[in-house]
Design a protein around this ligand. Structure first.
Ligand SMILES: Cc1ncc(COP(=O)(O)O)c(C=O)c1O
Ligand SMILES: [Zn+2]
Length: 387
């Protein structure tokens, strides 16, 4: 069996939606979750069929939404290395730090997971073209997977996004629109058009989270079906955070996880930290952040649509949120490259600098097992040598 998806369900009002019709978000305003027939997945585990041996995220196809393999657009996404660092952990106050290196994905970021799965599923549902607002990496990923599928992509990006992101989207044949402001403004401009395209905006359709969920499956499998004590997620729109928490719950439901659940931490830049502020205020929703500014462009998301789910995953896991300033981002990026030979994107540098704060505050202990997502390559961002 390729997929055991049964339907979509709203985690807020519990309305049921079809998984065989075009889907966006619930009438109550919440993102939707894909639901699977877990008893059949358990049977496949017992038959040795789950996970498969495929060296991509499609090794978990039974818990992914695409029903027919003929709609899957493959470029080699997922199954990225979980690296054990030599010195970087000690530098931030930890005995052991592992890096899930998402720069190894086909277009060099973890966005490939969500967009590969979402684009494949929407093609199955009849989509003919795609559009989304993007801070850079999601645009590149959408452009590449649309090219691979032979369909058009239209990308709306803030005009101050580093130039290599525009050029790469163009290289893949996408149509680009530069917008003044942040990703929120890019989304607003996109809505003014009626392009007849399928809207892939973060968490406004259910399937990007499904692709991102495989990050959680992979970390667990690569650690022998166990989880680290803490996972640090550089957070903008929150798809990785929400996806990893969904993965933990699904692995628990099918009996593939030992007793330990990871604490999830969102790392943000102090220049745009709406999630951190909401956690500090003990709020249930996230207030929009005014005039967000940061070199970690992917984290400049002033008003994440999935706010309740983000806060729910952080609190439900017993984790939290941390903000760091721009100088720390530059320094962390340089240190990761020099100490470990890993090309960090600025967003992951936010996560690395955030770990130091979390150790200093006592949220994370020296001897805990910690995984940081290097969510993408740094190669398309300008590098500023610190000091
Ligand atoms: C490199 C990088 N890291 C992190 C993020 C934030 O991702 P999420 O939407 O999962 O919070 C982005 C989003 O653009 C990104 O490009
Ligand atoms: Zn609802």
């Amino acid at each position: 069996m390729f997929s055991y998806i049964t339907h979509l369900e709203c985690p807020q009002c519990h309305r049921i939606h079809s998984a065989d019709a075009k889907a966006s978000y619930c009438v109550c305003g919440s993102p939707l979750f894909a639901i699977y027939d877990m008893m059949s997945v358990i049977d496949e585990i017992q038959a040795g069929m789950f996970p498969s041996k495929i060296n991509s995220l499609w090794r978990y196809s039974q818990l992914l939404p695409v029903k027919s393999p003929s709609f899957v657009v493959r470029l080699g996404e997922g199954w990225t290395p979980l690296l054990t660092t030599r010195q970087l952990g000690k530098h931030v106050g930890l005995k052991l730090l592992r890096i899930k290196n998402e720069a190894m994905n086909p277009t060099q970021s973890f966005k490939d997971r969500g967009l590969c799965v979402a684009i494949s599923k929407h093609l199955e549902l009849g989509a003919k073209s795609f559009a989304l607002p993007s801070a850079g990496n999601a645009g590149v990923s959408t452009s590449a997977y649309s090219a691979a599928a032979g369909v058009l992509a239209k990308i709306f990006m803030p005009e101050d996004t580093p130039e290599p992101f525009f050029r790469t989207c163009q290289m893949y044949g996408a149509d680009i629109e530069k917008v003044s402001g942040t990703i929120t403004d890019a989304g607003r401009v996109m809505k003014e058009y009626d392009g007849g395209w399928t809207d892939l905006s973060t968490t406004k359709e259910p399937y990007r989270v499904e692709g991102k969920k495989t990050l959680g499956f992979e970390i667990a499998e690569q650690m022998g079906w166990s989880m680290p004590d803490a996972i640090i997620c550089p957070t903008g729109g929150g798809t990785a955070l929400i996806g990893i928490w969904k993965a933990v719950e699904e692995l628990e439901a099918i009996g593939l996880l030992d007793y330990k659940k990871p604490r999830l931490y969102a790392a943000q830049s102090a220049g745009c930290a709406p999630v951190v502020r909401a956690m500090e205020k003990n709020a249930l929703t996230i207030e929009p952040w005014d005039n967000g500014e940061t070199e970690a462009y992917g984290l400049r998301v002033p008003s994440p649509f999935a706010d309740r789910l983000i806060l729910g995953a952080l609190r439900g896991s017993g984790g939290g949120a941390v903000a760091v300033i721009e100088q720390e981002i530059r320094a962390a990026r340089s240190i990761a490259a020099r100490m470990e030979g890993i090309d960090f994107c600025p967003e992951a540098a936010v996560g690395l600098a955030g770990i130091r704060h979390l150790v200093e505050s006592g949220d994370i202990d020296y001897d805990e097992d910690v995984v940081l997502l290097n969510t993408g390559s740094g190669s398309r961002y300008p590098y500023h040598h610190p000091g």
